[in-house]
Ligand binder design. Structure first.
Ligand SMILES: NC(=O)c1ccc[n+]([C@@H]2O[C@H](COP(=O)([O-])OP(=O)(O)OC[C@H]3O[C@@H](n4cnc5c(N)ncnc54)[C@H](OP(=O)(O)O)[C@@H]3O)[C@@H](O)[C@H]2O)c1
Length: 275
């Protein structure tokens, strides 16, 4: 059984999830069903991935009871604002074909638009109405988190951020830990770039009799972060899920973190705008 984390607003979040970006159409549905069959119970989507219908359909096809699956979706930049967020949620819920969403995130803060606090207030209303179980954010900096907490009195349950050995985000993870915010790691494998080919990762994999990708995902788990790797292949999905049977040493974790070189692309939350 996969370990669970208790969110600051109550629900239990699986310690590793499945990213669905780019999984669309019939092939996408099949990949998501296969992830569920491999044991994944946390699915990550977004209105902007244009695959919420596929996610909902995969859940129904899998035959797994709805309440055993933790569904996350995200609100896009074009829908910031209280009323807009309420409507956007309805659009996502209709796409998914679900009664409720487990975790609803603000996809990007868009500080220039300056509506993320109002947007978060709408999410709190959705939680109050029982349509959302947990409320969180994505790509928020420490300053944006502090402002949301100060102005609403509520600490987001999750901040989903870019996190991988090239960008370990030590300071922000410490802030999350102090405030009981769960860190979720997006692009946890650095989107398939060269991390798994690093000699340090390969040596650790050999020492533990696992694959380099499993070493990277285990590194996330031991940092206390929840990685959400995406894979279209059933074989790689199983490989990515099987990271709870070995333990990295502190020195191994530190050597993986020392691969830091920066963000994968220019996804700086202070300037990146996705609508
Ligand atoms: N909140 C945000 O702003 C944000 C931004 C980006 C992503 N996300 C979320 O994070 C999820 C994961 O990030 P991501 O999709 O960008 O990147 P990722 O999970 O780091 O990497 C995915 C890539 O790695 C390959 N891969 C997966 N497992 C592998 C394995 N065992 N061996 C070799 N290659 C493997 C995949 O190819 P195959 O499919 O061919 O296996 C795919 O090309 C997304 O799907 C999305 O849900 C959120």
């Amino acid at each position: 059984m996969i370990p669970m984390k208790t969110l600051n607003d109550g629900p239990q979040l699986p310690a590793l999830g499945f990213g669905t970006y780019k999984l669309t159409g019939e092939d996408g549905i099949r990949s998501i069903v296969s992830a569920l069959e491999s044991g994944y119970r946390l699915l990550d989507t977004a209105l902007n991935y244009e695959n919420e219908r596929e996610v909902g359909e995969a859940i129904r096809r899998s035959g797994i009871p709805r309440e055993e699956i933790f569904v996350t979706t995200k609100l896009p930049g074009r829908h910031h604002g209280f009323d807009e967020a309420m409507q956007s949620f309805e659009e996502s819920r209709t796409n998914l074909g679900l009664d409720y969403v487990d975790l609803y995130l603000i996809h990007w803060p868009l500080p220039r638009i300056d509506k993320y606090v109002k947007t978060f207030e709408a999410m709190l209303k959705l939680r109050e109405d029982g349509l959302v179980r947990s409320v969180g954010v994505s790509n928020f900096t420490e300053d944006y988190l502090k402002r949301v907490i100060a102005e609403t009195g509520v600490t987001p349950a999750v901040n989903q951020i870019e996190l991988h050995p090239r960008f370990p985000q030590g300071h922000l993870r410490e802030f999350h830990a102090r405030h009981d915010i769960v860190t979720e790691s997006w692009s946890p494998l650095a989107r398939g770039n060269d991390v798994r080919e690093e000699s340090v990762v390969q040596a650790i994999a050999e020492a533990h009799g696992v694959t380099p990708t499993q070493v990277v995902l285990r590194w996330h788990v031991q940092l206390g972060a929840v990685p959400i790797p995406k894979s279209s292949s059933p074989e790689r999905q199983r490989e990515n899920f099987d990271v709870f049977g070995f333990e990295l040493s502190h020195a191994e974790i530190a050597s993986i973190s020392s691969l830091e070189s920066g963000r994968l692309w220019d996804g700086d939350p202070e300037t990146n705008e996705e609508f």
